[in-house]
Design a binder for this molecule. Structure first.
Ligand code: IPE
Ligand code: IPE
Ligand code: MG
Length: 296
């Protein structure tokens, strides 16, 4: 156990060092899945899975802060989750409200100037949770250090529909012209409105399922964000999993840059710059052998 820990810490330091040399994603979104399966595996009551999951969320925010991530969006409760049994819903809402209260009082929130916003159909939530949301939003509304969006009672299609209806009302009232509606106008009508540049760079899903469950469909596709699906359940998600997710983002960025360069070189070669053949072979070699974080 002791040696496992030593090796783990060493690997964590190594990965952190490698990752810091490359671009850190500005906006990370996470589908925190697997709380109940984690509890089932341990043979404990399922609600404890949600409690342990909330602890991971707190660590996740520390990791984002340490690496300089500017915005984190966490999927805490989907509109589909309203179909879960009432006692489970009540427990989840209780945990979220408690965590929001703690966030409002936590000195780290204020040192980091963390702005907290809830996104979703919050009017569907019980009053005590709506109050907790209001308290933390009010306490942090002037901050601009790191932005935390908590997706609660959130559904991606609903978010787009609400935006469409809102814009349609404005068009009817003569406040918006239909031909003015472009990507930026739609973005401004989403729940994430007010957040500078809400496009997601990296989406992480724990718990082994490879789907995005109606999470941020607009914000994740605008930038064609990287996706990292991993097996650990959310309560057991560790910092090295987080770092690996960032490495996947960096590798993808690197590949995109390289393929853009290769395309340009191909084009120049096609235009008669003969020496471009050598450039292309060289670039292909770089792409194959030098991913960020790989040992050289
Ligand atoms: C994610 O874990 C938390 C919420 C959806 C609220 P789950 O509760 O979905 O746990 P699993 O995926 O069933 O194990
Ligand atoms: C995704 O988990 C939503 C959240 C993490 C809040 P679910 O367990 O609800 O999603 P599905 O049902 O597997 O898509
Ligand atoms: Mg689940």
């Amino acid at each position: 156990m002791f040696f496992d820990n030593v090796i783990y810490r060493g690997y964590e330091r190594l990965l952190t060092g490698e990752i810091r040399k490359h671009r850190i994603p500005r906006h990370i979104a996470v589908i925190m899945d697997g709380n109940r399966r984690y509890a089932d595996r341990l043979g404990i009551v399922r609600n404890l899975g949600h409690t342990y999951g909330a602890r991971t969320t707190e660590w996740f925010l520390d990791w984002c802060w340490e690496l300089g991530v500017k915005q984190a969006t966490i999927y805490a409760f989907s509109t589909e989750n309203f179909s879960r049994p009432k006692p489970e819903r009540a427990k989840i809402f209780e945990i979220i409200a408690k965590k929001l209260d703690e966030l409002a009082d936590d000195p780290r929130t204020h040192e980091r100037r963390m702005k907290v916003s809830a996104i979703g159909e919050t009017h569907l939530l019980p009053a005590h949770l709506r109050n907790a949301i209001r308290r933390v939003e009010d306490a942090t509304c002037n901050y601009d250090g790191i932005h935390l969006n908590i997706a609660v009672a959130y559904g991606g299609q609903r978010e787009i529909l609400d935006a469409v209806q809102d814009m349609a009302r404005k068009v009817r009232a003569g406040k918006l012209r239909a031909d003015e509606i472009d990507e930026s106008v739609v973005s401004r009508h989403l729940y994430t409105n007010g957040v500078a540049d809400s496009d997601v760079d990296l989406i992480i899903r724990t718990g082994g399922d490879i789907r995005t469950s109606n999470f941020l469909p607009w914000q994740a596709n605008g930038s064609e964000c990287a996706a990292y699906f991993c097996a650990p359940f959310w309560p057991e998600f560790r910092k090295i999993d987080f770092l690996r997710a960032i490495r996947v983002y960096q590798m993808r960025e690197h590949e995109q840059k390289q393929s853009a360069l290769i395309r340009t070189a191909n084009m120049l070669a096609a235009c008669g710059y003969a020496e471009m053949g050598d450039v292309i072979s060289h670039l292909r070699g770089v792409t194959r052998h030098r991913h960020p974080g790989q040992s050289r």
